[in-house]
Design a protein around this ligand. Structure first.
Ligand code: CU
Length: 68
């Protein structure tokens, strides 16, 4: 497990926070996804061999948010 920090643009409320948390935690190999609206970022614990950073980023973008 490693922790990756991803900066996200486009989150406006706790609903956005919850949906990003939920979609990330559904990915195999992802442990905890800690989303902060205030910091506009997510800290994801994941197994790099199963869930790559590229996959995490793609999943966030597919949900309609920008990764910066
Ligand atoms: Cu929202």
């Amino acid at each position: 497990m490693r922790t990756t920090v991803i900066n996200i643009k486009g989150m406006t409320c706790m609903g956005c926070v919850k949906s990003i948390k939920n979609i990330l935690e559904m990915i195999p190999g992802v442990g905890d996804a800690n989303v902060s609206l205030e910091d506009a970022q997510v800290k994801v614990q994941h197994d790099d061999a199963i869930s790559s950073i590229a996959l995490l980023v793609q999943t966030i973008m597919d949900a309609g948010f920008e990764v910066v």
